[in-house]
Write a protein that binds this ligand. Structure first.
Ligand SMILES: O=C(O)[C@]1(O)C[C@H](CCCOc2ccccc2)[C@@H](O)[C@H](O)C1
Length: 154
């Protein structure tokens, strides 16, 4: 019998333009970089005995295919869909297909910004949404997924 316990993994997904975070537009997103967000996520995941798989892409279909991995391979998902939150029914449907918790995060408070950011197709399928808390929102999102997936027998 396999007595080794496999680490419980969460998937942390980042959408378009988050790869240039910190290089431009400090007014909206501060000086935080994607690498700094990744460090925050790995640290918080470890606090809860979870392992985070942190990814970024500018391609909508890649986000859809990565979400499909959470059907079998992950206990929870944190996603910053970036601008695709405001446009993508495909991401809505992929999130809706999942049975594991999905927590959406936006660095900025999108409700305080341009009207075109007040549509959020991912939010209408997600378990929870954290917007406007900056980098701390990523930490909070990981902590919330940890709460939702906590094993009572641990
Ligand atoms: O607040 C967020 O996290 C957003 O998801 C960030 C997206 C933008 C990602 C970063 O885009 C940059 C654009 C220029 C310079 C630096 C980052 C934006 O389209 C969403 O409405 C809210």
């Amino acid at each position: 019998t396999d007595t080794t316990t496999r680490p419980r993994r969460i998937l942390v997904l980042n959408g378009p333009n988050l790869d240039i975070l910190g290089r431009r537009d400090p007014a909206q997103y501060g000086t935080v970089t994607l690498a700094e967000l990744e460090a925050i996520v790995h640290t918080e995941a470890a606090v809860h005995g979870l392992e985070a798989d942190f990814r970024q892409t500018n391609r909508e279909g890649e986000l859809v295919e990565w979400l499909h991995e959470a059907l079998d391979d992950f206990v929870g998902v944190v996603i910053n869909p970036a601008a695709y939150a405001h446009t993508s029914v495909a991401l809505h449907d992929a999130v809706e297909a999942l049975s594991v918790p999905v927590v959406e995060v936006h660095l900025s408070n999108t409700w305080k910004r341009e009207p075109f950011r007040h549509v959020d197709h991912v939010a209408t399928a997600a378990t929870a949404v954290i917007a406007g808390a900056g980098a701390d929102g990523y930490r909070l999102a990981v902590a919330h997924v940890a709460t939702l997936v906590a094993d009572p027998t641990d």
